[in-house]
Design a protein around this ligand. Structure first.
Ligand code: BTN
Length: 240
């Protein structure tokens, strides 16, 4: 019998979990469904998956597409990077359990073997200097086939493991991990490119710099010809 509407699973006490067969975007679903409670929404496929900087995100069957919506009181906007830290570290910890060595590409991508295995799109709602709601959208290439046109820059867990993975196990582990709180040092422990030359790209130029650190508020600290610069993720993309 075909299931009507979303399936609700009381997997964890604190957060309602919704599983959808197909949706435009789990982030957009969260916004439309927001009645003030925290939600974790999974979809098997997305027809209009959203990436960062207005890009689209290919979301074929076999990948893990999830949005975690949380509401806050007294969460200062200055601490917004903590949300990114939590999402990225939860993904890295999940990948590690499957024998995959993750590397974070500041600010929001997770790579494995030099190719992107996960992307994160965070959409926050602000009021008077505070974050009132965050939607953390995460797409992990688990067992999905990587589209031909991005095969040189993207990879799946299946490709790295050399076999299809138990999807529900990946999902369960992710749910467990995403409910923990992580420190920025854990985020930084997944960065192996500090001290190396990296490329910062804007729409008009590329600049080679030495990567030095990521600050508490999520800026990338770089050395450019002897000048220390703090770069915001909104301004550039990073090539390792
Ligand atoms: C990026 O790499 O540019 C970010 C990709 C974020 C994709 C996830 S999949 C679940 C959630 N829903 C979306 O529409 N996007 C995010």
């Amino acid at each position: 019998m075909k299931r009507q509407g979303p399936r609700l699973i009381n997997w964890v006490a604190t957060m309602k979990i919704i599983e959808l067969e197909e949706v435009g975007s789990t982030n957009e679903y969260c916004k439309a469904a927001d009645i003030g409670e925290d939600l974790c929404v999974f979809a098997k496929r997305q027809t209009a998956g959203k990436g960062t900087k207005g890009r689209s995100f290919i979301s074929d069957g076999g990948g893990l597409y999830v949005s975690v919506m949380r509401h806050y009181e007294n969460f200062s906007a200055e601490e917004a990077f903590k949300i990114m830290v939590n999402g990225c570290v939860a993904v890295c910890k999940t990948l590690e359990k499957f024998g995959i060595k993750p590397v974070i590409r500041w600010a929001n991508d997770v790579l494995a073997g030099g190719r992107k295995i996960c992307g994160t799109l965070i959409e926050n709602t602000f009021s008077n200097g505070y974050i009132t709601r965050s939607i953390v959208g995460i797409g992990i290439n688990v067992n999905n086939e990587i589209a031909q046109e991005i095969k040189d820059i993207a990879v799946s867990m299946k490709e790295i493991a050399g076999k299809s993975l138990n999807f529900d196990k990946v999902k369960r582990l992710f749910i467990k991990n995403v409910q923990k709180e992580y420190k920025i040092d854990e985020y930084k422990s997944y960065i192996d490119w500090f001290g190396q030359t990296v490329t910062l790209k804007t729409a008009d130029e590329e600049r080679e710099v030495k990567a030095v650190d990521v600050t508490e508020n999520g800026r990338l600290l770089v050395d450019w010809c002897g000048n220390m610069l703090e770069i915001s993720a909104a301004e550039v993309s990073l090539r390792l």
